[in-house]
Ligand binder design. Structure first.
Ligand SMILES: [Zn+2]
Length: 377
């Protein structure tokens, strides 16, 4: 066991020998920064404090530069130690614009006095809106096409397309591969697609949903916050019920505003029955993908051609079977391959996140900036 007295001696010795060596290096103007950085970042806080009290100020007599460098390092370490605990995030799904109109951040400040004094975190949670899906998530179907594809059962002859009769046929491929949205004959859908895949269609304002989404966010943060403070969730019951009461009052007030009627009118194009059935027909015949180097555009590709290209890449199509393939056909389940990867990585102390526990999927997107259009796998 270490005696207290010896610890103090060790610290003084450490500081003294470091200081001597440091002064020599400073005088020679030789590599002192690295030497200093390594010691001050790695030493214990006790050593750091002794150095700060006994030595740091005297460095100024030798070099102003070194003195500034050292005090920055010390402050940086001490600041990190006393870093205030960050407030929690309140995640609210942005279902419709009503969410924004409630102005939850303002209401949070109103109930600040309901945060128990014993809590380390005294700031109200920071509000984060989780955005609703983009139109791209409903329009793109290249992932579905790949996932549904049974490579060994695919037979070219069973699948017909009438690309050759279309004005959008790419002459070099003999199939439709186009970024020209005029191929979409449904006017509503075409005008929506011109807004790009990252566009979001606004939902109609629905106050029940507004309240529900906010309530879910409040309950979630109540749980997380109390766990962090190591108390039962009920400790924040007063805070959450007062907050939700404020939300209700706010919603009631907004509904009375004359401008509210204007906001409530908005029908989504993708909910329109004609558009829906047109889109599902389109998805039958074509693969809709992003465009290489122009991620904000849609490309429309003949489904038969799209699949043929994938099979060619995998050397599974008729005319490519004899070629040497980059890929190997495995007759084992995906879960087993993933398990092997996880085991291999854990041997090297690398943890794989849950969302990475899957195999990459193969797809290609057209390069519309090349003439003729090429593919990027
Ligand atoms: Zn075709």
């Amino acid at each position: 066991m270490e005696k207290e007295g010896e610890g103090v001696v060790d610290i003084s010795n450490d500081v003294e020998s470091f200081s001597k060596q440091l002064l020599i290096l400073i005088k020679k103007n030789k590599n002192w920064r690295h030497f200093c950085y390594k010691f001050l970042i790695e030493c214990s806080l006790k050593v750091l404090n002794v150095f700060k009290l006994e030595v740091a100020h005297s460095i100024n007599n030798y070099s102003k530069n070194a003195s500034d460098f050292i005090s920055d390092l010390i402050n940086q370490r001490l600041r990190l130690k006393t870093k205030p605990t960050r407030s929690q995030f309140m995640r609210i799904y942005f279902d419709n614009k009503g969410i924004e109109m409630v102005n939850i951040s303002r209401l949070l400040h109103k109930v600040n006095d309901a945060i128990p004094d014993s809590f380390k975190i005294q700031d109200p949670p920071t509000v984060l809106f989780l955005r609703s899906p983009t139109i791209g998530s409903k329009i793109f179907n290249y992932k579905d096409v790949v996932e549904d594809l049974e490579t060994l059962e695919w037979n070219d002859d069973e699948h017909k397309c009438d690309c050759s009769n279309s004005e959008f046929c790419d002459p070099s491929h003999g199939h439709i591969v186009t970024g020209n949205l005029n191929i979409i004959t449904n006017d509503k859908l075409r005008s929506l697609l011109t807004k790009g895949p990252t566009y979001r269609e606004a939902n109609k304002i629905d106050w029940k949903k507004v309240f529900h989404c906010i309530k879910r966010g409040v309950c979630e943060v109540q749980q997380k916050w109390c766990t962090k403070e190591k108390v039962a969730a009920a400790v924040l019951d007063e805070w959450s019920s007062r907050l939700l009461h404020e939300v209700k009052l706010q919603i009631r007030a907004i509904k009375k505003r004359p401008s509210f009627r204007f906001h409530s009118k908005s029908e989504k194009i993708l909910d329109d029955n004609d558009v829906k059935s047109y889109l599902s027909e389109l998805h039958e015949k074509f693969v809709i993908t992003p465009t290489d180097k122009a991620g904000n555009n849609f490309s429309v590709v003949c489904k038969k051609f799209y699949i043929q290209c994938l099979l060619k890449e995998l050397c599974l199509s008729k005319d490519s079977k004899k070629k040497k393939s980059t890929y190997k056909n495995l007759k084992i389940k995906q879960s087993i391959v993933v398990k092997r990867h996880v085991q291999y990585m854990s041997k090297h102390n690398i943890k794989i996140e849950d969302d990475q526990k899957r195999l990459p999927f193969l797809y290609w997107i057209p390069k519309m900036h090349k003439t003729p259009s090429k593919k990027s796998i």
